[in-house]
Design a protein around this ligand. Structure first.
Ligand SMILES: C[S@@+](CC[C@H](N)C(=O)[O-])C[C@H]1O[C@@H](n2cnc3c(N)ncnc32)[C@H](O)[C@@H]1O
Length: 378
């Protein structure tokens, strides 16, 4: 059994905890923007592959007193690093420091690096190199008060990097956040769903993968695949099973339709659809949301309209976007449920609807609300 720590966007802890529970994690404890859990390693591999809202999964390697540099050096030396990598592989250490003997992360990170490299050198005569890009062993040091914790990060690249987005939209939604928001809705994963302001189509792609039982991590690599103590047979089985489930789920793709008024955004969306293996399977149209035709028998609308913080649009234009979204919902989505992500307390009133639920979530640096509306039939 090991202790793991899975990080997510603030507000999605319940969604993450539920995914982890289903994957077999034990003793799940919710924290702010994270869940801690205990399990055998294969559950943590599965979490990297399947936990849609997770951004990182880290394994705790050691925790102990670190009042000064010598304590930290000693603590890092108690871990047998050769269980993770050989001296010919690479590592990277990232740190966070609060109220500790060091003012910033640079010095303690160097101390940990020295402890690891000295351990390898004394045993084998050579030491692993540090690599900024794609290290085999990404290590995280947390130094808080007089205590240090060392983790190894299973994913390497953050888990929201599914691999389908090669070009960034101006204000894209993090893929893991989009997936978590979808999991917060009551969408049954069969009813038609649309996004009238889809930008780079993150909601639509994540919705497609959710509905077709495609693991979000399928097709990408993970740091733990390079570790010496990884149970490769168990991992292969988890991966094969995910491939089989994705193949079986293909014909469960519901009708998904997106729209945006910006041709550049749609170009990026098309490329993302291609990267996600969804070309031709999700219809995208260009135009104002007010004129967008949702699919017949619409169940759910999900969308992330602009709210100004990052797009620097003028206020009138923002208000107009929200008013047009309101027109679309009133005139074309009767009987459906709509979920709208807002990072602004004033703009939602331009929809002319009363929210039936509000989930607080964080989108990057912005405190947002995931607002639920039942679009009346009257
Ligand atoms: C915050 S971005 C959406 C980002 C998207 N969720 C993603 O993951 O890329 C807002 C999008 O709304 C679009 N938009 C704003 N007003 C619109 C309108 N009236 N009709 C259609 N699209 C609009 C913008 O072009 C932009 O792509």
């Amino acid at each position: 059994m090991a202790i793991y720590y899975a990080a997510c966007t603030l507000g999605l802890e319940d969604v993450l905890a539920e995914d982890l529970r289903r994957l077999g994690a034990g003793n799940i404890e919710k924290r702010k923007g994270a869940c801690q859990f205990e399990s055998e390693p294969p559950v943590a591999y599965a979490a990297c592959l399947w936990a849609r809202a997770a951004i990182r999964v880290q394994e705790e390697l050691v925790r102990g007193r670190a009042e000064d540099k010598d304590d930290l050096y000693h603590l890092a030396g108690t871990v047998d690093w050769s269980q993770s990598i050989t001296a010919k592989q690479t590592l990277a250490i990232d740190g966070s420091v609060k109220n500790s003997f060091a003012n910033d992360t640079r010095y303690p990170v160097l101390v940990v690096k020295d402890a690891i490299c000295d351990q390898f050198r004394s045993r084998t005569g050579i030491r692993p190199d540090v690599a900024r890009e794609r290290p085999h062993l990404p290590i995280k040091l947390v130094l808080q008060g007089g205590e240090a914790i060392l983790y190894r990060e299973l994913g390497g690249e953050p888990l929201h990097k599914r691999g389908y987005r090669l070009i960034q939209h101006k204000s894209p939604l993090n893929e893991a956040t989009a997936a978590g928001l979808l999991q917060l809705t009551d969408w049954d994963r069969r009813a038609p769903l649309c996004d009238p302001m889809c930008g780079s189509a993150t909601f639509l792609i994540e919705a497609a993968w959710l509905a077709t039982d495609r693991a979000p991590g399928l097709g990408r690599s993970f740091a733990f695949e390079h570790w010496r103590d990884t149970d490769q047979a168990a991992w292969q089985q988890i991966y094969d099973d995910a491939e089989a489930r994705a193949a079986r789920g293909q014909d469960r793709l519901p009708v998904l339709r997106g729209n945006d008024r910006h041709p550049g955004a749609l170009g990026i969306a098309e490329k993302a659809l291609a990267g996600a293996g969804l070309t031709g399977k999700i219809e995208l149209t260009r135009g104002d949301a007010r004129d967008f035709t949702p699919p017949p028998d619409l169940g759910v609308v999900v969308t992330n309209p602009p709210y100004g913080e990052r797009l620097e649009q003028d206020v009138e234009r923002l208000e107009e976007s929200w008013r047009h979204l309101g027109n679309f919902l009133h005139e074309r989505c009767r009987g459906a449920t709509a979920y709208v992500l807002s990072g602004d307390p004033d703009l939602p009133r331009f929809l002319g609807l009363r929210a039936s639920n509000r989930f607080p979530v964080r989108n990057g640096p912005i405190d947002c609300r995931w607002l639920r509306y039942e679009v009346g039939t009257g």
